[in-house]
Design a protein around this ligand. Structure first.
Ligand SMILES: NCc1[nH]cc(CCC(=O)O)c1CC(=O)O
Length: 331
């Protein structure tokens, strides 16, 4: 594929959020390359995650939002794909490469409650909707009285469960969503009643970040996409995702991880919970990155994730959270 003579096709899911995210990447690509509007084209791909209606936790397997996009890449129906990094399985796909991780949006989770209520203001026994075992366990850890209700659907559907926040039944006191998605859709101002501190609700590995994937053989495109990479984000999510992989946890596991870069030091905080929130393990560590090569810094980030995973496993994380069950890992 020669960019100068043809178009670059970006595969995307059809949800409002996916189209917005992909649109931003298309704009960034045009800006760094000088390509014309029509040289970057969006191709819609329907994924299993968009079609199935069961609860997200019950889908169990990882990658329900990703598999069809990867197939489209491999079959040449598109040249690059934009994924929400937290939906991307940690196992790399053969013949595909994550060519760039752009700058991360706010990684925090957002409480969207009726009447602007914060987490600690919700009345006893209040109902909070989320399909995420990670969010459920952490909500219950700080507010054991809450009634967590399993919900799913796109952002609009979930907001509609809260009175005053959208079109829908308005049958819940609150829902929890990723701040990044709300911000990208320009919805955050009206609906977020509290941005939850990561010490209260630690985000999912990769939350708020995107991955731009292409075929490994497209060397020219890979070089072009590298311009969209944001190294501090890439290092943080590399540490988070290595931890996730080493814990053999899928996207449905009650675990949170957040990497942050301060100068040349990369920090990683993680929490693993019992699904009912009644017990949890927390661990933090950091590594000095130095001015070594990109490969060395990536390796240091992976080392940090592995070190923290080892510590958590030694303290009984797998038993606590029921890890290793979703991907056929160690029992
Ligand atoms: N699992 C669904 C999903 N995947 C990515 C986002 C948007 C936020 C992000 O980029 O992390 C969301 C919605 C949500 O969790 O509220």
């Amino acid at each position: 594929m020669s960019a100068a003579t043809s178009t670059v096709r970006i595969g995307t899911r059809g949800s409002a959020l996916a189209l917005t995210q992909t649109g931003h990447v298309a704009d960034a690509l045009r800006a760094t390359t000088g390509w014309e509007e029509e040289q970057v084209e969006l191709v819609r791909v329907r994924t299993e995650g968009d079609v199935l209606t069961g609860s997200l936790a019950s889908l169990g397997g990882t990658g329900v939002f990703v598999v069809a996009l990867r197939e489209a890449l491999l079959m040449g129906r598109c040249d690059l794909a934009v994924h929400s990094l937290k939906d991307l399985p940690t196992a790399e796909a053969p013949a595909l490469t994550v060519a760039a991780v752009p700058r991360r949006e706010d990684p925090r989770d957002a409480l969207c409650a009726r009447d602007g209520l914060g987490l600690m203001d919700l009345p006893a026994g209040a109902t909070v909707g989320t399909g995420s075992p990670r969010r459920a366990a952490q909500l219950l850890a700080s507010r054991p009285d809450l009634q967590v209700v399993d919900i799913r659907g796109n952002v609009g559907t979930r907001l509609g469960r809260v009175p005053g926040l959208g079109d829908g039944p308005g049958d819940l006191d609150a829902v929890v969503l990723a701040a990044a998605g709300l911000r990208r859709l320009d919805l955050d101002e009206g609906v977020v009643s509290e941005l939850l501190d990561p010490t209260v609700l630690c985000p999912a590995p990769g939350q708020g970040a995107l991955a731009i994937e292409c075929r490994t053989e497209d060397a020219e495109l890979r070089d072009t996409l590298a311009a969209l990479d944001h190294e501090p984000t890439r290092l943080a999510v590399t540490a988070e995702r290595t931890l996730l992989a080493d814990l053999e946890a899928g996207c449905a596991a009650p675990l949170g991880a957040l990497g942050t870069l301060d100068g040349d030091r990369l920090y990683l905080d993680a929490v693993v919970l019992r699904p009912d929130g009644g017990a949890q393990l927390r661990a933090s560590s950091s590594v000095q990155l130095g001015s070594a090569s990109r490969a060395d810094r990536d390796a240091a980030a992976r080392g940090l994730g592995s070190e923290l995973a080892r510590r958590l496993l030694a303290e009984g994380a797998a038993e606590l959270a029921g890890l290793g069950q979703h991907q056929g890992g160690t029992p």
